[in-house]
Design a protein around this ligand. Structure first.
Ligand code: ADP
Length: 394
């Protein structure tokens, strides 16, 4: 029997939703509320059967957006009654060590998600606000939390413990958690389907390259090594995030320039990466265009980005003892043939060979017939993954 399942992705100033018919995986309606918490009101856009509409609303908060959404579903006859919604799945940023997989959310889980806000102060509180708003309006409908961290709960200790005194792990929970887990897991599963193999028989490297970017080494179907760490600042260079830097730079800036912890956090999270180097934009399209027009800083920014991706692929291939598949996903990974080509250049020694035409056409399989590694372009779909997890738990 078909079930109507809602997938919710609440951010600090936005709330995205997709209503699915499951298990058919049909999208009934999807949309986004933007500019939440802006006193001028929010923007609401939605798409039904490829037709996009957009309106301005006078409401302000996440709770009001949820009420509006439920009324909208009724008024536009996407549902006859709200009882038709059989489950709501929520993306939650941080599940810490408590949530090793997705979970139904009752009182105890709400409390845990709230306590984990210490580790994800910008995200967990808004994710929780979304859950609470749905619980209030739909008290009988099961709510499920799907965590960005849980796919990475299979990392071995040797990958998640940082080489600082162990008491900081025990007392402060400082360890590598990894993020984008829902996306890495989704594309790894899809890759296995495309390759017609069991996921548990495959070693893969999945590259989620968007505004935020991370790489995951998937060993026999499980996350084994990943580039984001205690927070999503670690690893690759990103749109505005530095990624890995020498940690001594932080106390040096504090002493030398009198910068506070908050100022340095803002510098590394919001002013660095592509934006910091190019001094133009945090958007890859802008920087690629500027580089094509000969802008030296744009060229340098892309060179650093590509070099970091390539180093990570090489390191993870070594850690996994070779790979069967290399997957590109997210805004840049799905759309930029040029970046994929550059990231694969010189990887022939790992048996990675891509075919120019297939790559430029954005084919699903972009490797040559002779390539020892399948190189795939797979659009990520975190919302569908959330809906699937929700169905499996309700
Ligand atoms: P996030 O979800 O982390 O905000 P996305 O996965 O949507 O990010 O990726 C956004 C990035 O993808 C932007 O930097 C954008 O410039 C880049 N991008 C999207 N389409 C293209 C394209 N055709 N060529 C190059 N970059 C692209």
């Amino acid at each position: 029997m078909s079930k109507k399942i809602m997938a919710i992705n609440a951010g600090s100033s936005s709330l995205k939703f997709q209503l699915f018919n499951m298990p058919e995986e049909n999208i009934i309606v999807k949309g986004i509320f933007e500019r939440i918490n802006d006193p001028k009101g929010m923007l609401f856009s939605y798409t039904v059967k490829d037709e996009k509409r957009r309106t301005e609303l006078k409401i302000i908060s996440h709770v009001e957006a949820v009420h509006y959404l439920l009324n909208f579903l009724l008024e536009e006859k996407f549902v006859e009654t709200l009882d038709e919604l059989e489950g709501v799945g929520h993306r939650v940023a941080h599940g810490g060590e408590f949530f090793k997989s997705s979970s139904l959310v009752l009182e105890k889980e709400m409390e845990q998600i709230s306590q984990l806000a210490k580790l994800a102060p910008l995200h967990n509180p808004v994710n929780l606000a979304g859950i609470q708003a749905f619980k209030k309006s739909l008290p009988k409908c099961p709510q499920v939390a799907v965590f960005d961290t849980s796919f990475h709960q299979t990392l071995p200790e040797s990958q998640y413990i940082y080489p600082i005194p162990m008491k900081y792990y025990h007392e402060n929970k400082i360890r590598r958690y990894g993020f984008h887990g829902t996306s890495h897991q989704y594309v790894a599963q899809k890759a296995a389907e495309i390759m017609n193999k069991e996921l548990s028989d495959l070693n893969l490297i999945t590259c989620h390259l968007g505004n935020g970017a991370s790489v995951c080494g998937v060993k026999e179907g499980k996350s084994y090594v990943t580039s984001m760490g205690f927070t999503p600042l670690a690893g690759l260079m990103m749109g505005t995030r530095s990624g890995d830097i020498d940690p001594s730079i932080i106390p040096f800036l504090q002493k030398e320039r009198g910068m506070s912890a908050d100022e340095i956090s803002n510098l590394l999270n919001n002013q660095s990466g592509l934006l910091g180097i190019s001094e133009l934009s945090n958007d890859f399209r802008d920087v690629i265009e500027a580089a094509d027009n000969g802008n030296k800083q744009a060229v340098l920014a892309l060179d650093i980005f590509i070099s970091r991706v390539k180093q990570t692929i090489g390191a993870y291939a070594a850690e996994l003892g070779g790979i069967d598949g290399l997957i590109f996903t997210a805004g840049l990974g799905e759309n930029s043939a040029k970046i994929r080509e550059k990231c694969c250049e010189g990887l022939e020694f790992l048996k990675v060979n891509i075919e120019k035409n297939k790559n430029e056409r954005n084919d699903v399989i972009i490797s040559t017939f002779k390539s020892g590694v399948e190189v795939l372009v797979i659009p990520t779909n975190e919302e569908l993954m959330i809906a699937k997890e929700t169905v499996s738990l309700i």
